[in-house]
Ligand binder design. Sequence first.
Ligand SMILES: *Cc1c(COP(=O)(O)O)cnc(C)c1O
Length: 215
Amino acid sequence: MIAENINHIKQEVGHNVKLVVVSKFRTISEIQDAYDAGHRLFAENKVQPLLERYEALPKDIEWHLIGHLQTNKVKYITPFIQTIQSVDSLKLLIEINKQALKDARVIECLLQIYIAQEDTKFGLSKEECIALLNADELKTLNNIKITGIMGMATFTDDLQQVEREFKSLKSFFDELKAQYNLPGFETISMGMSNDYNLAIACGSNLIRVGTKVFQ
Ligand SMILES: *Cc1c(COP(=O)(O)O)cnc(C)c1O
């Protein structure tokens, strides 16, 4: 049962960790069930399904995007998206800012950091992330707010490797927070169905859970 699953996870993780329910591949009625259980924070990884679900579901849902975003699709989501967790270039950030300005909105952005030992995942290396934060142009972007970082661990059964990757993301977050004066830079998005407890133990304060909610 979706409601029980959500309540169970919320109790397990406590008040200091935000649960984003990942609704990709689910039906509108499954998502509606989660909504009816009181949940309001959902994420999709692709623009087209996100638009369809935004249209079909109640408008007080807070939507996050967690998958790769092409610059030519930014304009479709800026009217309503709350947070884009998958920002992986300055070019993308500039486009988000431009479209958000047209919509008179400020959009929260997480920088997606590449921590996995796989080359199938999108994201910035730590060096690229630092270069982005050092860019002069960033100061002119008033319609975006960088509120933290997001990362995905390697898809592996080796929990020690996953733990190393989560710890490395947390220490990178701490470094950035100390180094840069970014108001509201508070979010470390890491942890999915299989590894959210480990992620939280390593310092995550936002988990993205799909399978375990809808199973
Ligand atoms: C699908 C997805 C999740 C959720 O994964 P589950 O294993 O179903 O919990 C989390 N983050 C991202 C970026 C995803 O694409």
